[in-house]
Structure formats: structure tokens, C-alpha cells
Ligand binder design. Structure first.
Ligand SMILES: Cc1cc2nc3c(=O)[nH]c(=O)nc-3n(C[C@H](O)[C@H](O)[C@H](O)COP(=O)(O)OP(=O)(O)OC[C@H]3O[C@@H](n4cnc5c(N)ncnc54)[C@H](O)[C@@H]3O)c2cc1C
Length: 380
């Protein structure tokens, strides 16, 4: 009998296992793939604040440091948010996961690869290991099994196709400003945006997301030929991001969810590494308190409230932007630029925690023209 089985050796699952170990409790991590970090579907952008909070050493996977973002409206109006210091890191995502795995193994955490969870009945787990069926026992099961989570399905949580964004991304060679990420809004990325994450001045990850049902390959081709005619993409891959509201009821009986499985991604950007890992800490602390008999697993949802509040704000911002026509977005960009939004965000902006600046923005008289929207977003 293991006290805890964690399904999925991505950032959320590995962080849960490591935090539990720090609390003095053992777990086993089950990973369906033979190789950790594969298949790789990530732009690798992580906020500096998030990495500092989580105390992750990026030495083995750091590719670039960025100082800001250039955001383009559909007609090309640009908001440039700059900083003199690093605001985010670009990492090789496969290496990031491998480094976490190594750290976990150094802490004597057992990670069973090639082991896929099929079903859970109370404390019995049915897994497929190396093609053969096996039974495992665990008191608590943590579903850190990503966007298509089996544990979420077993918990009976329903999702809606509108809560997923379809993405495509490739490594591209060309000329890039390595100091800034770029975000592009337009019809080629309906419901989301296209991104350029520079790795060097000659190489970047370029991708886009759109609502399900669009011809994403065609949209990607159109975007590249319109905005980056000189670049050469290779190794394109496609995947889903769960960008709806963070799920409720993410704890049931002896099961709980973390990371993409629980929709703990930022709806503004699709980023889920920092929130997934922070939720992993919360899950581990909740389990540890339960095992120490001074807490209950059912406290998990309450313990997540700070993280989920930020995620709800991200979602409301996304919902607001998606409600605007291209023309409205263009004129909003013009107006915000004229009112000094770039300077405001340089001083106050925060990639992960919009609660830190939305309220302040709403109080500034120059932004009162959108006070109702801002107050609505802030009240999450
Ligand atoms: C194109 C794209 C770009 C992105 N860019 C960024 C970015 O720049 N920054 C950022 O922060 N986030 C980004 N994200 C989101 C980020 O990749 C996810 O939020 C993050 O990987 C979530 O971590 P996780 O541990 O919850 O899930 P995952 O990393 O998906 O890990 C889940 C693990 O569970 C395993 N698994 C699944 N089912 C089973 C099963 N039944 N049994 C055993 N194992 C199982 C999987 O093999 C996998 O290893 C991007 C996503 C996409 C698609």
C-alpha cells in the first residue's frame, strides 16, 4: 500500500511528490510514457516571479531571458511593455521536466515510467505497465495527468469543448528580437492569439491557438506568411490547452486533481507551469495535514482559493477580450496607448497575478472609461 499515488510526471505531479516528501510522506509517481518530458508541447515561457516563488533551479534548461512583451492588435497597433530587468525565462521544456525528475529521484521518490493508469476503485488502481495489466494500492490518488486527465474522467467531472483551445507550434528560424516575446491578435487566432517566444535572435517558438473547429494548419500558414514571411518552421506539433475556469469539486473521495487536469492554466496566456506547480504544493500540504490528522482532504478546494481567484481573473480578462470585435480591439489599443498603459504595466504589471494591478487600474481616472469592466474583472 502506498499512501499516495500521483498520476503523471509533469511539473504538477513531480512538484506534488517533492512537496509531500518535504512534509515527510512517501508517494509513487506513475507516468504512462517511457520518457519524461515527451511529447513536448510547450512554448517554455515562465515568469521570473513564479520561478522565484517556487525556487526552481533553471541552470540545466534555461534558453533565454526576456524583458517584456510586444502585443499587437488585429490592425497591428502595438503595446510594448518593457522592463530593464528580466521578467520571464524561456526554458527547454523537455529538459525542465527532466531536471524536476532528477531532483525528485535524488529525493528517493519512485517514478514508474511506462505505467498508465486505467481505472481506480477505492484504493485499488488498475494500471498497464509495459503492456501488462497490474494492480496497485494507494490511500490517496492525485490526478496530475494533464489536459486529457483519466482521473478527472473517473471523478465524473464534465468539461465542455468551449473550454479548450487548439494550438499549433513550431520552431522557426529567422530574425528575432531576443529580448521580447510577441503576442498577435487577429482572425488567424480566433478566441486566443499567436505567439513568438524567442530562444535566440535566430530561433523562436512560433505558435497560435484558436477555438476548436477552426482550420488551424491553414490559420498558421496564413499568420506566418502575413507576419513572418521570411521564417522557416520545422517540427510543428498540435495540442490542447484547458483554458476555461479552474474546475470546481477537484477533490472527491480519495481522489484530487492538480495542474492541467484541474484547468489550472492562465486563460490570458495558456501558461500552466507555475500554477500547476503551486497547486501541487497546495495538494501536498493538504494531504500531509490529512495524514498528520490535523486536516481533511476536503479542505483542498478551500486551500486553493488564492490560486483560483487569480485564475478566475485571467479567465474574465480573456472573456472580455474575446467579446470584442477586431475593430473594437484596435480602438481599445489606441485608447489605452494614449492613456499610458505601457508605462502603467511596466511599473505594475504581473504575468501571473492580475489582482495586483487590475484594482489599481480601475482607480485611475484616465481608465474610468472602462471602470465597469475593470471592477467586474477585479470582483472575482
Ligand atoms: C502549445 C503549448 C504551449 C504552451 N506554452 C506554455 C508556456 O510557455 N508556459 C507555461 O507555463 N505553460 C505553457 N503551456 C501549458 C503547459 O504546457 C501545461 O500547463 C503544463 O504542462 C501542465 O503541467 P501538468 O503537470 O499539469 O501536465 P502535463 O505536463 O501535461 O503532464 C501530465 C503527465 O501525465 C501523464 N499522463 C497522462 N495520462 C496518464 C495516465 N492515464 N497514466 C499515467 N500518466 C499519464 C502524461 O504523459 C504527462 O507526462 C503550453 C501548452 C501548449 C499546448
Amino acid at each position: 500500500m502506498n499512501s499516495v499515488a500521483i498520476i503523471g510526471a509533469g511539473p504538477a505531479g513531480l512538484q506534488t511528490a517533492m512537496r509531500l516528501k518535504q512534509e515527510g510522506f512517501e508517494s509513487i509517481v506513475l507516468e504512462e510514457h517511457e520518457r519524461i518530458g515527451m511529447p513536448e508541447n510547450c512554448a517554455g515561457l515562465i515568469s521570473k516571479n513564479g520561478i522565484d516563488d517556487l525556487k526552481v533551479d533553471l541552470q540545466g534548461c534555461l534558453q533565454n531571458k526576456v524583458r517584456g512583451a510586444r502585443i499587437f492588435s488585429p490592425n497591428g497597433t502595438e503595446l510594448k511593455i518593457t522592463s530593464k530587468d528580466t521578467v520571464a525565462y524561456v526554458v527547454d521544456r523537455k529538459r525542465f521536466d527532466l531536471e524536476l525528475m532528477q531532483k525528485a529521484r535524488n529525493m528517493n521518490i519512485h517514478i514508474a515510467t511506462n505505467t498508465k493508469l486505467i481505472d481506480v476503485r477505492n484504493q485499488t488502481l488498475f494500471v498497464q505497465a509495459g503492456g501488462r495489466g497490474e494492480l496497485k494500492k494507494a490511500e490517496t490518488v492525485v490526478g496530475a495527468d494533464g489536459v486529457n486527465s483519466t482521473v478527472r474522467h473517473l471523478m465524473g467531472l464534465k468539461t465542455n469543448k468551449d473550454n479548450f483551445v487548439h494550438t499549433i507550434q513550431a520552431i522557426c528560424t529567422g530574425e528575432f528580437d531576443e529580448n521580447y516575446v510577441q503576442l498577435h491578435l487577429g482572425d488567424f487566432a480566433k478566441g486566443f492569439f499567436a505567439w513568438v517566444i524567442p530562444i535566440t535572435d535566430k530561433k523562436a517558438r512560433i505558435g497560435l491557438g484558436n477555438v476548436l473547429g477552426e482550420n488551424i494548419t491553414q490559420n498558421y500558414k496564413e499568420f506566418l506568411s502575413k507576419k513572418f514571411p521570411g521564417v522557416r518552421p520545422y517540427g510543428a506539433s498540435s495540442s490542447l490547452i484547458p483554458y476555461g475556469l479552474p474546475l470546481q469539486n477537484v477533490q472527491k473521495n480519495n481522489m484530487m486533481l492538480v495542474g492541467d487536469a484541474a484547468f489550472q492554466t492562465k486563460a490570458t496566456s495558456g501558461g500552466g507551469i507555475v500554477f500547476g506547480m503551486k497547486a501541487g504544493n497546495v495538494a501536498a500540504e493538504t494531504i500531509a495535514n490529512t495524514l498528520k490528522k490535523n486536516g481533511k482532504l476536503s479542505n483542498y478546494e478551500k486551500n486553493l482559493s488564492g490560486l483560483h481567484k487569480e485564475l478566475r481573473i485571467h479567465w474574465k480578462i480573456r472573456k472580455y477580450v474575446n467579446s470584442l470585435s477586431n475593430e473594437k480591439i484596435d480602438s481599445l489599443f489606441e485608447k489605452l496607448k494614449g492613456k499610458g498603459i505601457e508605462e502603467f504595466l511596466r511599473e505594475e504589471g504581473n504575468m501571473d497575478e492580475p489582482s495586483k494591478f487590475i484594482g489599481k487600474l480601475a482607480k485611475k481616472p484616465s481608465y474610468w472609461f472602462m471602470a465597469k469592466t475593470l471592477m467586474g474583472i477585479a470582483r472575482s
